[in-house]
Design a protein around this ligand. Structure first.
Ligand code: NAD
Ligand code: MG
Length: 398
């Protein structure tokens, strides 16, 4: 039977790659719902092609969308709005698979709703897991959701872990013969920049990733290495392993997408051309495999694979994220909120590139953490951290 898919964030980079994979397998998957925050014209084009039953947009965009739907004879598509609409489609009884591809904290409640409805959840929205950590993982367990990683590194790790890994106790210790996770990082566009050069890089330069084409926010995160910091936290939660067993390895070619080491001296790696269609297809079809348009890796064309240690002096964001994971509780949520504010400020040229991690560090020092006892508390502290970070940004400009 065909699987019914809901794509949260369909107009984004991951949303588009998801459609590319689905398009190749119309007999296996149908699109039930799609959501977008902007780019309404692109959304209409998607609706024309995939004919979803429901779309979700901000209420401010409904009039415009209705007009387009009327012009294109798409009035049979139901329009829902705002966060309530996102949650409604994520937990909808007719949905089997939810692609969580909204960027940032805005994806938290819809992703959690999908998990609590026991869906197969393809997790791209790493910020949601960084913020909610144990609560999200506990909900996945309690509601029998299949929370499968789409982030290429975590998908690679998932592929390299032993059968039975997820049945073992979640106690932070390596288990089932696993000794360590090697999380690879491309190093981003400024891998070889000096500290001085980093001070004057522009948003356009930061958004130009050498290997991956991605949304603006994750592109900047990749350039500061905060993306790897968020991914470190993501890995700890997904694989129930404490941060001391996760080593970040800079691998500029992005051919190896991450590795798992075992107690017998084995290191397993997952490799492939850098294209998100591979991890998306893997998570969609798991445990089966489906075809994508991604060409097989030609090792003769990629003669060299390099590895180096990350430099946390030039890229302090990685260290901040590791410290936040060590601190635990609300610290990762504070880190994430401050980073979202700082990245937005950098993209508007309000602060410089190296000031992004300064804003994050100062916010972590200012905002009281404590236990992440509920989603309400996490959202409250997320707001407090955003206000604090915004004030730090303003002070830097004056
Ligand atoms: P993007 O900016 O290209 O797309 C984001 C999507 O979310 C868009 O559809 C947008 O309309 C929607 N959105 C934005 N703000 C929203 C809001 N407030 N409410 C509701 N919807 C909103 O981002 P992307 O690169 O596709 O990344 C999406 C997520 O996947 C991020 O969490 C990112 O870290 C993760 N991810 C992306 C890649 C990649 O290659 N692009 C790889 C791994 C993980
Ligand atoms: Mg990644």
């Amino acid at each position: 039977m065909s699987q019914s898919v809901c794509i949260l964030g369909v107009t984004g980079s991951i949303g588009q790659s998801t459609l590319k994979v689905l398009q190749q397998h119309p007999e296996k998957y149908s699109v039930f719902a799609v959501t977008a925050h902007s780019r309404i014209l692109e959304l209409v084009e998607i609706c024309k092609q995939y004919r979803p039953k429901v779309v979700v947009v901000p209420s401010s965009q409904v009039k415009e969308l209705q007009q387009y739907f009327h012009d294109q004879c798409l009035t049979d598509i139901e329009i829902l709005t705002d966060e309530a609409g996102l949650i409604a489609v994520a937990e909808h009884a007719d949905v089997d698979v939810v692609m969580a591809a909204i960027v940032g904290a805005a994806g938290l409640l819809p992703t959690l709703a999908a998990v609590k409805a026991g869906k197969r959840v393809l997790l791209a929205n790493k910020e949601a897991l960084v913020m909610s950590g144990d609560i999200m993982m506990q909900a996945a367990h309690d509601y029998h959701a299949e929370l499968l990683p789409v982030d290429s590194e975590h998908n690679a790790i998932f592929q390299c872990l032993p059968v039975g890994y997820f049945q073992a106790e979640r106690n932070g210790q390596p288990k089932q013969g696993v000794s360590r996770i090697l999380l690879t990082a491309s190093g981003g566009p400024f891998l070889n920049h000096s500290l001085e050069q980093l001070q004057s890089v522009t948003p356009a330069q930061a958004c130009k990733h050498p290997n991956w084409s991605m949304g603006q926010k994750i592109s900047v995160d990749s350039a500061t290495l905060m993306n790897k910091g968020l991914e470190l936290i993501e890995a700890c939660h997904l694989f129930a392993i404490s941060e001391q067993f996760v080593t970040v390895v800079v691998h500029p070619q992005s051919i190896i997408h991450s590795m798992v080491q075992y107690v017998d001296g084995s290191t397993l790696a997952q490799m492939g051309n850098p294209d998100m269609c591979t991890p998306i297809a893997h998570a969609l079809a798991w445990p089966e495999r489906i075809q994508t348009h991604v060409p097989a890796l030609n090792l003769f064309a990629n003669q060299q694979l390099d590895f180096q240690e990350p430099d946390t002096l030039r890229f302090p964001a990685l260290k901040l994220a590791r410290q936040a994971m060590q601190t635990g509780g609300l610290a990762p949520a504070i880190l994430n909120a401050a980073n979202e504010i700082a990245v937005a400020a950098f993209l508007k040229n309000d602060i410089g590139f190296t000031e992004i991690s300064q804003v994050v560090e100062q916010t972590l020092n200012q905002v009281e953490g404590g236990a992440a006892e509920s989603i309400e508390r996490i959202l409250q502290v997320d707001q407090m951290a955003r206000s604090a970070a915004q004030q730090i940004v303003i002070n830097k400009g004056s």
